[in-house]
Design a protein around this ligand. Structure first.
Ligand code: LLP
Length: 421
């Protein structure tokens, strides 16, 4: 459930008409709902009730400071994958001991910043990384808390570009080699083993692959404990999928996911960490755009809109589906017609949807791309010299611009000219 609903014939974000925001900030823009963000966070928190746990929001999904602050104030920890994300989380008020540092290529500078600033744990993905972290910790006179990310070689049954838990993926160390690497870590003076980490992919719509991976983690916990390691924390990654369409069968709910976690891992007495990103932010955000032209082609009608692939790249990159709805509620029973919805960028890949049935639309009409809150704004670029689009946050009947649209001069003047020109 989200808070983007029609009221009195117009799409609202919570209690604010979307058209009112469009008039104030111009199009296109991203629009987030505070109530939806908080509700999704709470669903996970409640799903793990009764178990020692921390929900670490995977802020790569949507990392605006206002979004981070909203979740941090509700008690969320954060999963970060770069020092930039680490510093953003800290700036939003997240204490170091609620931040986990994931990522396959942490540099020694990143390790140093996090160790000095405070960190809950590093999720280490390789032996060279372990050696580097040990050296950095020793040089600072500190001990780095770690888990090791194991790759369980399970098929997440999701899009190939976002599956991470198969042996051919670059992530983690093969679970079969875990004992060896834990033994190595156990001998390092700058390293303290606190647990195990696993993340098998994103947009999973079935609990079975998670359960398969978590069963292997349960077995590994017992093995490593028998080897003398103090495994007290299990980081289970993110990845629970969201409904991108109203028509499809919905993925499992956080409550069912939590119940499966308790069933599979509860007997171990470990603290549980999860790293959801998409489920918290995805349906808490939309991208609002305006139709520039209706162009009738041979046998098809193109709706050319002012949002483009540089603003929301998921359809071009993953063939992702985003529901598209008019901001003005269509009248009941109005006949729909198929449109190709495209942006102005000079590539055929700048296509959001082909032959999508929508109520009749015309130049000037506002539309909303639903489920755009996760991996939308954060993956945007300035391709075609299109400035990054603004982000707006709604809370009840209030809204605020949380990232303004840059002026063209600001965009141009970020470049610097060498003396010889
Ligand atoms: N933890 C780790 C270590 C991850 O790599 C990811 C996502 C997450 C947590 C959060 O997963 P989520 O709960 O959001 O599924 N840009 C792609 C998704 C990339 C996901 C990368 N890792 C997309 O737009 O679908």
């Amino acid at each position: 459930m989200d808070h983007f609903l029609y009221k009195d014939g117009a799409l609202h974000a919570e209690d604010v008409p979307v058209s009112e925001i469009a008039a104030a900030v111009g199009t296109p823009f991203y629009l987030y709902s505070t109530a939806t963000l908080l509700r999704h966070y709470a669903l996970f928190d409640e799903a793990l009730e009764g178990t020692d746990h921390l929900v670490c929001y995977a802020m790569k999904a949507a990392g605006n400071q206002a979004i981070l602050k909203t979740l941090a104030q509700a008690g969320a920890g954060m999963d970060v994958v770069s020092v930039g994300e680490y510093l953003r989380a800290r700036a939003a008020g997240v204490p170091g001991d609620k931040i986990v540092f994931s990522g396959v290529g942490k540099t020694t500078e990143e390790m140093r910043t996090a160790l000095e600033g405070g960190i809950r744990q590093f999720n280490v993905e390789s032996e060279p990384e372990l050696e580097a972290l040990n050296a950095v910790a020793l040089s600072l006179g500190k001990v780095a808390p770690i888990t090791i990310r194991v790759n369980p070689d399970v098929d997440a049954r999701t899009h190939a570009k976002i599956a991470t838990g198969k042996s051919e993926n670059k992530f983690g160390i093969p679970i079969a080699r875990a004992r060896e690497v834990y033994a190595l870590a156990g001998r390092m003076q700058g390293i303290e083993i606190v647990g195990i980490d696993v993340h098998i992919g994103s947009q999973l719509t079935d609990l079975a692959p998670f359960e398969q991976a978590y069963r292997l983690v349960a077995e590994l916990t017992e093995t490593l404990r028998a080897d003398g390691h103090d495994i007290r924390r299990l980081d289970l990654g993110g990845g629970l999928g969201i409904p991108y369409t109203r028509s499809n069968q919905a993925p499992p709910l956080p409550l069912e996911y939590g119940a499966m976690i308790k069933r599979t891992l509860g007997h171990l007495g470990c603290e549980i960490e999860i790293e959801p990103g998409r489920l918290i932010a995805g349906n808490a955000g939309i991208m609002v755009s305006r139709v520039i032209y209706l162009k009738s082609g041979e046998g098809r009608d193109f709706l050319i809109v002012d949002g483009a692939m540089n603003d929301l790249i998921r359809p071009a990159m993953y063939d992702a589906h985003h529901d598209i709805v008019p901001v003005l509620e269509p009248e009941a029973g109005v006949e729909q017609r198929p449109y190709d919805i495209v942006g102005p960028v000079c590539e055929s890949g700048d296509t959001f949807a082909r032959q999508r049935d929508l109520p009749p639309l015309a130049a000037g009409d506002l539309i909303a791309f639903r489920s755009a809150g996760a991996y939308g704004a954060v993956m945007a670029s300035e391709y075609n010299a299109r400035p990054l689009i603004p982000e707006v946050l709604v809370k009840g009947d209030q809204f605020a611009v949380i990232r303004p649209r840059p002026t063209f001069d600001e965009m141009i003047n970020r470049d610097t000219i060498p003396g010889w020109l």
